[in-house]
Design a protein around this ligand. Sequence first.
Ligand code: F6R
Length: 236
Amino acid sequence: MNFITVDSYEALSKKAADIIASQIILKKDCVLGLATGSSPVGTYEILAKMCADGKIDFSCVTSVNLDEYAGLTPDNDQSYRYFMNKNLFSKVNIDIAKTHVPDGCAPDLTKEGERYDALIEELGGIDIQLLGIGLDGHIGFNEPDEFFTAETHSVKLDESTIEANARFFESIDDVPREAITMGMKSIMGAKKVLLIANGKNKKEIVEKAFFGPITPKVPASILQLHKDVTVIFCEN
Ligand code: F6R
């Protein structure tokens, strides 16, 4: 594991953007696994600027996002599809048809999970997967559990996740209670994993995840088994 500590969110975002940009430069038709939430916003801003400056080209890139809330349509400004369009896809020259987010409005989320896993397989897997980490150790929306789940699946969100994500909604009651998330098979199958975490409140869970036992009670701890994982952590 490559564990990098930086002293500002800007430095974290720059390092993460440089790693993703390198991937695009080395393989222009790469498959990027992408995340939402507050952590990657700075990274996406820098990638958009690099693209506008002609330093990177997204025209052959395909993307697959980790997760989506159940029941939120793409035009809902809290949906992860909306987030991705706003923070990255509308700002770079990616072909929107090559951007994929699980469909949280699919009538059968189990079937949607199967479709999503088949799609990732057809694409030849993920070249680099960007991850954040939840305060309870979740990656994607893989919440603490008795076992790790391999497939893309629907999940009931933990109270701590609902509370943490309430900051993006008008009220906590508006936070969806269910989501669909990529499972550990696609995440661990990514050729490279890049996890970014910032803030004092993430310190304890980052320590548990990367220096504690591997357990489904701390879902991110499974990444200790991945052979190419970079963690960028900023405590400030
Ligand atoms: C988002 C996702 C989540 C977030 C995590 C951290 O697509 O998969 O696992 O990465 O909840 O969120 P932030 O970055 O808002 O602290």
